[in-house]
Design a protein around this ligand. Structure first.
Ligand SMILES: *Cc1c(COP(=O)(O)O)cnc(C)c1O
Length: 369
């Protein structure tokens, strides 16, 4: 137990982050606006390409909340949400006083199952309420089945909020994750593929929507010399200090994706011959940033045995996200299930996946099994 702790996913600075922070101090841009905020937004928009407009915000959760507001979600509405995800995908539905409707996963990508999605929409409409939005998630960096989800969303005219918090650097048929939704959301929390210590962004397809996000995230001030308000506002803008970290991190994003993918391949090659351990492969046209390397084991008992062995070696792992429909706070809400996410939760484990892990670290994890 005297070997150093190996974490699940650590922040990994590139080197220039402090330079941008020093610039902010030198020019006294110590505020939720300034050149780093604009620079970071430009770096992200350039990276994502297409017709992306980016608003840097205080957190991914804040971006999801504002996204739902901009899609018109109000108290009493229903919002469809992937069940297997981090709670931050679903919590903003509750902030709006709306009702979450949970959808199970399919086994190929672990993301929203298109069949269950369509079953849910038909059923909700038959019950008298068409859902206001669909929150789909690229879990652990693996893109969801975008073509299928999008065609269902279009058929029923329901907008998609793309939760790409775990998927910056992932691609679907050549298109960057973070550009696939009507509104898309990124996170730069401490454990994500790049981090600003805490932060997020909303990605939209026109300037007016970006302006709307900035307006709402900076207390919704009307155009007047005094403080005047005709809307409820939020304090959700990213600070210029935090955005400086983001600018430094954008310089190394491609390296971070390479390193995380290399971790995954290393584990996969080592366990190729272990029949009990399987990995989720990229379907044709899918490119995952492999934010976290995850395994499936043959049973709950084996999963626990591996987790506890590694814990004894001072190595952090974590079971896959516990589905929202199984959470005490959410279990009473409507749900359209096929059994996949419960099974994944039972036998799945996330392994150490940081871009700063060495071969020796990875070998220590493998030995710890
Ligand atoms: C991290 C994460 C979020 C929330 O982002 P924060 O920046 O931590 O608020 C939302 N959804 C998913 C899937 C996440 O992993």
């Amino acid at each position: 137990m005297n070997s150093k702790k190996i974490w699940l996913s650590s922040p990994h600075m590139g080197g220039n982050e402090l330079k941008y922070i020093h610039e902010a101090f030198a020019e006294n841009w110590v505020a939720p606006l300034g050149p780093n905020v604009e620079g970071f937004e430009k770096d992200l928009a350039d990276y994502l390409g297409g017709n992306s407009y980016v608003a840097a915000l205080s957190a991914g959760t804040a971006a999801i909340h504002l996204g739902l507001i901009m899609l018109g979600v109000e108290a009493g509405d229903e919002v469809i949400c992937q069940s297997m995800t981090f709670s931050a995908s679903a919590n903003p539905i509750m902030y709006q006083g709306a009702t979450p409707v949970f959808i199970d996963s399919e086994a190929e990508t672990w993301n929203m199952c298109p069949e269950q999605l369509e079953r849910a929409i038909k059923d909700r409409i038959a019950n008298g309420k068409k859902p206001k939005a669909i929150i789909a998630v690229h879990l652990y960096g693996m893109p969801y089945k975008h073509d299928e989800i999008k065609s269902i969303a279009e058929k029923y005219q329901i907008p998609v909020l793309e939760d790409a918090a775990e998927a910056l650097g992932s691609k679907y048929k050549g298109q960057n994750c973070g550009t696939l939704g009507d509104i898309s959301v990124l996170s730069f929390n401490g454990n994500k593929i790049i981090t600003t210590s805490g932060g997020g962004a909303m990605v939209v397809k026109d300037k007016a929507l970006k302006d709307r996000a900035i307006f709402l995230s900076t207390q919704a001030r009307d155009n007047a010399p005094h403080y005047q308000h005709s809307h409820v506002g939020f304090n959700y803008r990213m600070s210029n200090i935090v955005a400086g970290i983001g600018r430094g991190q954008m310089e190394v994003l491609d390296e971070r994706v390479k390193a995380r993918r290399a971790n995954f391949e290393y584990y996969q090659n080592k366990f190729e011959k272990d029949n009990g351990i399987t990995f989720v492969n990229e379907p044709q046209g899918f490119f995952s940033n492999r934010w976290l390397s995850c395994i499936l084991t043959e049973s709950f008992e084996r999963r626990e045995q591996i987790r506890l062995n590694l814990q004894n070696y001072n190595i952090e792992t974590r079971p896959l996200w516990k589905p929202m429909h199984m959470q005490p706070i959410f279990e009473k809400y409507p749900q359209y299930m096929n059994g996949t996410s419960e099974k994944l939760f039972e036998v799945g484990l996330c392994l150490p996946s940081g871009s700063d892990l060495t071969k020796e670290d990875l070998d220590r994890v493998i030995e710890g099994f």
